[in-house]
Design a protein around this ligand. Structure first.
Ligand code: E4P
Length: 223
């Protein structure tokens, strides 16, 4: 399972990249709005930091298929053909997806709440489809189970589309999807850090340090 950072703050992205084995960055219009800066300036800085090969997912904002395709062409022109264009899984979005996928543009279907949306996006040729785990939970359904069902729909229908699960509130949800073998999960830096935020882990390492220092002295290491 790929692990992706859902953020547009370059300092946060850099600090996660420094410590964790991550595979790229996802953004959406709300995440970009939090930076308070011109969107392409922010995205070009992220692309430069990531290099041309890493996954960067950027969402269209137009509401109709023609406008979505124009947004997509501009995104790819500014940020490189390796960039995944996020398109909402709505009727105008499916129309845009069919066109863009046939032209070889990489597409991530977003705003996915149901397996039916995901199935249609898969048939349009989307590379990824992004179910919103936490938001589905908040509607009274089960986000993890929905993502698992979508994964099964893709595999049982011979579709190459992968699940890119999004909108997490805790690291347990990520682990459950990792166990299930879904393609990717994108999460905020705090949720990624929470994957190893466990008092038992730091307690064990602290105890090793204390025992060793009793043997050789405070601050001494194996070097
Ligand atoms: C990803 O595609 C979504 O834009 C994002 O993860 C939504 O997350 P949120 O529900 O925390 O806003």
């Amino acid at each position: 399972m790929k692990l992706i950072i859902d953020d547009a703050d370059l300092n946060q992205i850099k600090s996660i990249y420094e410590y964790y084995p991550v595979d790229g960055v996802t953004t959406n219009p709300s995440i970009l709005a939090k930076t308070g800066r011109p969107p392409y300036q922010v995205l070009e800085e992220i692309r430069t930091y990531l290099g041309s090969e890493a996954e960067l997912h950027v969402q269209v904002v137009a509401r109709d298929a023609v406008g979505m395709a124009e947004d997509a062409y501009r995104i790819v022109e500014r940020l490189g053909r390796g960039t995944f264009v996020k398109i909402p899984a709505i009727p105008e979005g499916f129309k845009a997806m069919k066109q863009l996928c046939s032209e070889g543009i990489r597409v991530t279907a977003t705003a996915v709440y149901t397996p039916m949306q995901a199935f249609l996006a898969g048939k349009c040729g989307a590379d990824y489809t992004a179910p919103y785990i936490n938001r589905i939970d908040n509607m009274g359904y089960n986000g993890v189970e929905t993502a698992q069902r979508i994964h099964t729909v893709f595999r049982n229908n011979g579709l190459k589309t992968e699940v890119l699960a999004a909108s997490f509130k805790n690291s347990q949800q990520i682990l459950e999807l990792c166990e299930f073998g879904i393609g990717a999960a994108t999460a905020a830096p705090a949720v990624i850090e929470a994957l190893v935020n466990n008092a038992a882990i730091t307690g064990a390492v602290d105890a090793f340090t204390a025992d060793f220092e009793k043997l050789v002295g405070i601050g001494k290491t194996m070097s």
